[in-house]
Write a protein that binds this ligand. Sequence first.
Ligand code: HEC
Ligand code: HEC
Ligand code: HEC
Length: 285
Amino acid sequence: MTNSRLTPALLCGAFFLLLFTHQTTRAEELVVKLPPASLAQWYKPQNKRQVWLHTMFSLRRSMQALEEYVERGEPQRLAKWADDFATAYERLGEMVPEWRDELELEWSGRMRQAAVQGDMEGVRHALGKVRTSCRSCHNEYRTVTSILYRGPDFGAITIANGANEGLSHKELMAAMSRAVNQVKIFHEDQQPQRASEAGKELQRLLTLAADSCAQCHQESESRARIFSAASDRYQSDLLDGIAAQDGKQVDGNLGKIGAFICARCHTIHRPLAEFRAMLTKRAQR
Ligand code: HEC
Ligand code: HEC
Ligand code: HEC
């Protein structure tokens, strides 16, 4: 019968379909390793300085000095720099014991010896060995660490909203987004009174946002990149446009606020802030 011959074919087809959908719906995964929690004590706010990062800068400098003098064939200063290097390098394992296994301590010791003996080939060889440890730890942890410990923390920002109410940064964002769309909706539906109230609320919230920059930025330049005479004008022109029920003026100025205030700040701050929040949440579990 045709039917019985068809069934295996159909089953077979269904099986391939399953395989196919299974493969296309499975998302690619990227595993991100978090640094050991003991690293936190070498960063602000637990520490007054970014100690880990400055130890890294010192490693790079002493390593470069060693390379420079080996290349120039001048062994006189090698011992001093190899000592600087080894001291800082050994300290890594004391600062974060969980990372001791990542280090080539034997090779940093051999490098110190070779440097004392003026053995330039020995120093060069040891440098190569030690450098593999820089690379492998960096591949796994460098980017994540800089985001986690040095990325700006917008969760710590509080916005004074009226007499006793404080908004989180996220709440401020949600309120601004609501006000932008209220302007759009009520203007489109020819309710100028409501659109105007929303426009004024947006202006008030944008002033709160502009004031909040100073919670991280000591200099006024960064704030001025986004909040300026021009951005004030988009806001007042928006209110004028609403009053005059001028669609072009409303859309044009909403567009400018969106592009030059919201999107410009988002390009700088949002992806990193959100990624940092994800990492922090995970690290605290
Ligand atoms: C500091 C500069 C900055 C400005 C200016 C800014 N944003 Fe944001 N926005 C952020 C950051 C950072 C985030 C990430 C979430 C957070 O606030 O912690 C964000 C997140 C958001 C979110 C998502 C909130 C959530 O719940 O995840 C919305 C919506 C938003 N912004 C809307 C706006 C609108 C609309 C404007 C302009 C009227 C604006 N933002 C202006 C920095 C800014
Ligand atoms: C056990 C892990 C580990 C080892 C080993 C290590 N590093 Fe690092 N390094 C880090 C981490 C984590 C960061 C990110 C620090 C940050 O951004 O705050 C970093 C960042 C750096 C930076 C800053 C990069 C930049 O431009 O922002 C330099 C320079 C550096 N390391 C040099 C070295 C050198 C040279 C070595 C080898 C001699 C080395 N590191 C070995 C973990 C390590
Ligand atoms: C939670 C802390 C934090 C807040 C709040 C914050 N920033 Fe930043 N911002 C930083 C850090 C950190 C950097 C990178 C280092 C630097 O430039 O200071 C940065 C960089 C910038 C830059 C690029 C560098 C420059 O100065 O040109 C701009 C522009 C900027 N921020 C604008 C703003 C504006 C506008 C606000 C307020 C609406 C704001 N930021 C709020 C932490 C913050």
